[in-house]
Ligand binder design. Structure first.
Ligand SMILES: Cc1cc2nc3c(=O)[nH]c(=O)nc-3n(C[C@H](O)[C@H](O)[C@H](O)COP(=O)(O)OP(=O)(O)OC[C@H]3O[C@@H](n4cnc5c(N)ncnc54)[C@H](O)[C@@H]3O)c2cc1C
Length: 380
């Protein structure tokens, strides 16, 4: 049953690869959010396989399994405990996001302990050696990619920051070079805000069209860095990583559902209507209260582009009746041709609680899960 341990080993290395912020890899996995979700499952499965391997070894020979005087055996236990500790703390979701990122480095220690343990207990058979070497090579490559893509960035300059609603700010960035990389609407970037802010990289959706000369970010005052965005002075340098494609404009009909700052990717995509023709789009925007500046922009776009319509739902908790009327429900089928289009894609963006609620309602109303696309504003 060493094959269980080898499977855990390969999966462990693969989960490192899935942590790299490599735009081409993210595209291959269908977006960075999806890549991160697979990363979480790979981590969980690694923990489960490592646990099964240990239980099996205890069952086979309890005396040997607990012979802690053998340092290489002890390292196997250390690897397992570190891995389970990291997974447990992550899935409990009780620690702050910044500590959660730091916690991930524990997995590097667990991998190192597993490396030494596996090396000594490895069967000398050809296949075992091959899997061990493949796992090690994959892990080394992945750590190289993680570090490279943490370092690689472009510099943009703050043009201005505008308050656009309750706790919402629009940041406008200008390129520093004549042929900058373009950032498509609805894609994701990571930003490091520079002077006066921490060194953390923050994920934000691109709220502007690739054709526009500036990048717009719509950012909610949510924590340590985003609570003082007005300190971003004009001319200040900001580092950007990406873009990672998430939502895309399509010639087929789409329903967009956003809550709060989740409007950012949709605002960017709607701004593209100024430059390109698209299929029918309906937007439902859940906001705690009216936000005149944002709504004026959505009204402007709707008046210029008849294929686009939008409506708001106000209040602290989402009133789901508006979803029922947009997609129809088994009790009250919709008579609107657009609502009943089975090919219409539904794009949802907001907090994870919001996503769960909306997804559940859409499926209850008969929408196909394969037509629903989500981008969660949470690390999980
Ligand atoms: C895919 C994705 C897209 C996002 N797009 C937008 C957007 O367009 N506009 C917007 O206002 N917000 C967006 N967010 C959320 C935004 O990244 C966080 O609000 C921001 O990073 C908080 O930074 P802070 O230093 O102010 O907060 P902190 O004080 O560090 O934390 C405050 C809260 O923000 C969350 N947070 C902090 N850093 C991250 C991170 N790297 N990833 C996820 N959550 C984090 C924490 O869990 C915590 O609940 C997005 C998040 C994700 C995952």
């Amino acid at each position: 049953m060493r094959s269980l341990a080898l499977a855990a080993w390969i999966l462990f290395a693969f989960s490192f690869l899935l942590a790299a912020r490599w735009p081409s890899l993210a595209r291959w996995f269908g977006g960075l959010s999806r890549q991160h979700r697979i990363h979480h499952w790979a981590g969980l499965l690694t923990g489960a396989l490592a646990l099964l391997h240990t239980v099996y070894e205890i069952y086979q020979d309890p005396e040997v399994a607990f012979y802690f005087e053998d340092p290489f055996l002890l390292l196997g236990w250390v690897a397992l405990i570190l891995l389970l500790l990291m997974l447990g703390l992550s899935f409990l979701k009780k620690i702050h996001h910044r500590n959660w990122i730091l916690l991930h480095w524990i997995s590097a220690l667990a991998f190192l302990a597993a490396l030494l343990h596996s090396w000594l207990f490895l069967h000398q058979g050809r296949w075992h050696m091959l899997f061990f070497a493949a796992g090690l090579a994959l892990a080394l490559l992945s750590v190289g990619l993680i570090l490279y893509y943490r370092w690689k960035s472009q510099t943009w300059v703050v043009d201005r920051v505008e308050a656009v609603g309750s706790g919402l700010y629009e940041i406008l960035l200008k390129p520093t070079r004549s042929n900058p990389i373009t950032f498509p609407a609805g894609s994701l970037i990571y930003a490091r805000l520079g002077a006066h802010f921490s060194h953390n990289w923050h994920p934000f959706s691109v709220a502007s069209c690739a054709m526009s000369p500036e990048i717009h970010l719509l950012v909610k005052n949510a924590g340590l860095d985003t609570s003082h965005l007005m300190d971003l002075a004009s001319g200040q340098h900001v580092k950007l990583q990406g873009p990672f494609s998430e939502f895309e404009i399509s010639p087929r009909a789409q329903l967009w559902i956003a809550a709060g700052a989740g409007i950012a990717p949709f605002l960017g995509m709607a701004r593209c209507f100024d430059y390109q023709k698209v299929g029918n789009v309906e937007l439902i925007f859940f906001e705690p209260e009216p936000q005149p500046a944002l709504e004026a922009e959505l009204d402007r776009l709707a008046s210029l582009h008849p294929a686009f319509r939008w409506k708001a739902s106000y209040g602290k908790s989402a009133d789901l009746a508006i979803i029922d009327s947009a997609v129809g429900s088994p009790e009250v089928p919709s008579s609107d041709k657009l609502s009943t289009d089975p090919e219409r894609h539904i794009l949802v963006c907001g907090s994870s609680a919001f996503m769960k609620l909306i997804r559940k309602r859409l499926i209850k109303n008969g929408q196909r899960a394969s037509n629903i696309y989500t981008e969660e504003f949470t690390p999980w």
